[in-house]
Design a protein around this ligand. Structure first.
Ligand code: 6R9
Length: 658
């Protein structure tokens, strides 16, 4: 990518916060001023949300950049902050988790229940020889034991490394090996798409390759037969028999908390390392500020999987540190029917829904009539995370789920940032459909060109973070040099330019005339068409703004005349006729529609109508695989794909169209 990113799209719609919500909001406009005047004092104030056993001596030690230390000298126990203190404050009977299994079985877990289970699991881990600093791999479905296992590790100072249930033997074993984990916590299986989906066989194969594993702790969920080896122990025969009391001990603010692997596009997965005090401060604060959490009355539901950073920060650590009541759901959104999410919202009177653009676009594809059948009046705030949300998907979410009442918070962040960085505040910000708006109080973000100069309003370039933040990654596990090379060597001091350390996020972005930020996708995905840098996001959003389109992915394919040409893979909405001539007509209409919205430079060379797109388990479109198809190459690494059959269908469709 050269100097700037083309800015093709402009948005004029704007939605001020509802007056009632603004009047009672947890965070007001003043916060930006306070944080602007003294960023470290602002974070110091937020750290007081937590219970510390020893106060810190220094807020930030940045004397050895890019290695940060936050709340230096402070001590705390994370599990105590997420569980015990709520029980001690008299909220033991409060529901922490309304758990809904896919087959319809339910469990209600109070903070007292959680304290017992976490204590039992901590006692069992200790008995099994796990001590502070050891690594534990967690490979579980979306069941309460996943949260319990994470908190038990945190309680004894062991690092968890959660691996998506559903990743392959290879993905699991390379993560176990890289972290040199001692123990795996897994289950016989979980329920997905109406039937049991086994996990244990994958673990058996992975463990056979990983001598570092001493024990495998197995939760019984589906009751299906499993092969039993000498390292295996049932959770119900160990954890559930253990003592329900466990004395939490304090850990240093910089004690490591967890490793979470991100795949990236090339090379082996990066083990992102997070630590204790700064991480909990930022996730606790942002969960309260961004969702305006009222712990007494709100019912919060984040639909993410625990194997994604969103599950770590906004199912486990953020909500539980805030004493929230939340819903946790095991299964898929269309089991047993396509209204399952809305049924759950109605059943538990969910007030705050946090989900991903991929799901919103899927719901669009299924049709407006499905959410319309349910009572969604309990909802008050809607959140989005994981990808840029296309303006029309945002509008659909607002109208069909939020019924034009609920503010939408589009939250930009990464595994590496640990917590939300850029987002509206629901009681403060006038939102624009498709924009994550502005950095949160205490966060410094910028959009820069190739030479690290801030782009003027209206311009596009690279998103960077210009000051350290409490929940920042501390390094890549076992590879400090890769940490420096990947994030700190593109701009600023690490690149030999200037005196400041500047974090390169890897995303393209633009800043509009009001200073609002628009995320434009990964810079690896930017297309270079006849000398113009065009973001995939803008072309995809133009396609999604056509009434016949639910979802789209665009890639640059090599082209003899334009360098790269735009190829679009498009999923039509449910009721659209795509047979024969109707399909041909739709394709022509869509090409013209994009040209009209964004200009002729963005007109796709080719549009394929497809039924599905390749996505990761966290719902991100894998454009790299579509590029392979568009360029007729053999497919690269597919191990993190959610559904491996999708690529076969797309490849054969592409061949047929040639
Ligand atoms: C939390 C999470 C990080 C990448 C990030 C960006 C994309 C996430 C976004 C968004 C636009 C948003 N991303 N949220 N893009 N708007 N609101 O997703 O972490 O899995 O590490 O992915 O996701 O490209 O760089 P992670």
């Amino acid at each position: 990518m050269s100097e700037t990113l083309e800015n093709l799209y402009s948005e004029t719609r704007q939605f001020p916060p509802p007056a009632e919500l603004a009047a009672a909001a947890n965070v007001t406009a003043e916060a930006y001023e306070q944080a602007g005047a003294d960023r470290l004092a602002y974070w110091e104030e937020q750290a007081k949300r937590l219970t510390w056993t020893k106060p810190w001596e220094q807020v930030l030690d940045w004397s050895n950049p890019p290695f940060a230390k936050w709340f230096v000298g402070g001590e705390l126990n994370i599990a105590y902050n997420c569980v015990d203190r709520h029980v001690e404050a008299g909220n033991g009977d409060k529901v922490a988790i309304h758990w809904e299994g896919e087959p319809g079985d339910t469990r209600t877990i109070t903070y007292s229940d959680l304290l017992k289970s976490v204590s039992q699991a901590a006692n069992t881990l200790t008995e099994l020889g796990v001590t502070a600093g050891d690594r534990v791999a967690i490979y579980l479905p979306m069941i309460p034991e996943a949260a319990v296992a994470m908190l038990a590790c945190a309680r004894i100072g062991a690092l968890h490394s959660v691996v998506f249930g559903g990743f392959s033997v290879d993905a699991l074993s390379t993560r176990i090996e890289d972290a040199d984990a001692k123990l795996v916590i897994t289950a016989d299986g979980g329920y997905r798409r109406g039937k049991p989906s086994a996990l244990k066989p994958t673990v058996d194969e992975a463990v056979a390759k990983c001598p570092s594993i001493e024990h495998v702790l197995v939760v019984r969920r589906t009751g299906e037969d499993v092969t039993w080896g000498e390292k295996d122990l049932w959770w119900h025969e160990t954890v559930e028999q253990a003592s329900t009391t466990h004395e939490p001990r304090s850990f240093d603010a910089e004690h490591p908390l967890f490793i979470l692997y991100t795949s990236g596009t090339t090379g082996k997965p990066k083990g992102i390392l997070h630590t204790t005090g700064g991480y909990l401060t930022q996730v606790s604060y942002t969960h309260s500020a961004v969702f305006d959490l009222k712990p007494e009355t709100d019912v919060y539901w984040c639909t993410a999987d625990i194997g994604w950073v969103t599950g770590h920060s906004y199912i486990v650590y953020g909500p539980l540190s805030n004493g929230a009541t939340q819903v946790m759901y095991e299964g898929t959104p269309d089991t047993p029917h396509k209204g399952r999410f809305w049924e759950i919202v109605d059943k538990y009177k969910v007030t705050t829904l946090y989900t991903a653009p991929t799901l919103i676009r899927t719901m669009m594809k299924w049709g407006d009539d499905i959410p319309a059948k349910y009572d969604l009046s309990s909802l008050r705030i809607l959140g989005s995370v994981g990808e840029p949300i296309n303006p029309e998907a945002w509008m659909w979410y607002r109208a069909n789920v939020g019924r034009d009442r609920c503010p939408i918070v589009d939250t930009w962040w990464q595994t590496e940032t640990g917590g939300v960085m850029i987002s509206p505040l629901p009681g403060v910000t006038s939102t624009k459909p498709g924009s994550a708006m502005t950095p949160l109080p205490g966060i410094s973000a910028d959009v820069v060109d190739d030479s690290a100069q801030s782009v003027p309003d209206g311009g596009g370039g690279f998103l960077v973070l210009s000051e350290p933040w409490p929940s920042m990654l501390r390094t890549i596990w076992g590879d400090d040099q890769r940490f420096i090379d990947t994030y700190w060597s593109r701009f600023g001091k690490g690149a030999g330019a200037g005196d400041d350390w500047i974090y390169f996020a890897g995303d393209g972005a633009k800043r509009d005339d009001d200073g609002a930020l628009w995320l434009l996708g990964r810079v690896d995905d930017v297309m270079l068409v006849s000398g113009h840098n065009i973001s995939t996001t803008e072309v995809e959003s133009a396609l999604v703004s056509h009434p016949s389109v639910a979802e789209a992915a665009v890639v640059g394919a090599s082209d003899p005349t334009t360098g790269q040409a735009i190829v679009a893979f498009t999923i039509p909405r449910g009721n659209v006729d795509t047979d024969g001539a109707a399909g041909e007509q739709l394709i022509q209409d869509l090409r013209n529609h994009v040209a009209k919205k964004l200009g002729p430079i963005a007109k796709p060379r080719q549009i394929m109508l497809v039924a599905e797109l390749p996505k990761t388990r966290s719902g991100k479109i894998m454009r790299r695989l579509l590029r392979d198809v568009a360029d007729n190459r053999s497919l690269g690494d597919v191990t993190t794909l959610q559904d491996s059959t999708v690529m076969d269908l797309i490849s054969s469709g592409m061949q047929a169209a040639k």
